[in-house]
Design a protein around this ligand. Structure first.
Ligand SMILES: C[C@H](O)[C@H](O)[C@H]1CNC2=NC(N)=NC(=O)C2=N1
Length: 98
């Protein structure tokens, strides 16, 4: 998948409320959980999704907080796949936090 233009990145980001651009090549979001194991269960769901999509985020677990960082390293920047996965991860989170 091809790298997105700056205009397209800005447009996609404006449709995602809690994701932030980080160091030009990354988008990042932080998710908070009531319990440590809730965060771990969430990470496991993301791992399955990443395998299904063959697109793998960097995942940082800081106790009850999970930080997801997305980039397409094959393209050395952001592609549509990063935004597709971001939306799917938001959906996973929402399914348990409505
Ligand atoms: C060989 C393998 O399919 C590729 O390396 C895939 C795997 N997962 C990936 N994940 C991400 N985030 N970026 C990639 O470029 C990427 N490439």
């Amino acid at each position: 998948m091809k790298r997105l233009s700056e205009e397209e990145i800005a447009r996609q980001l404006s449709t995602l409320s809690d994701w932030k651009r980080k160091d030009s090549k990354w988008i990042e979001r932080c998710y908070r959980f009531k319990e440590y194991l809730d965060g771990i269960a969430f990470v496991n769901k993301i791992a399955s999704l990443a395998e299904k999509e063959n697109h793998h985020p960097f995942i940082t677990i800081q106790y009850k907080m999970v930080i997801i960082s997305l980039t397409s390293w094959s393209e050395n920047g952001l592609t549509g796949l990063d935004f597709k996965l971001a939306r799917q991860i938001d959906d996973l989170y929402l399914a348990d936090h409505h």
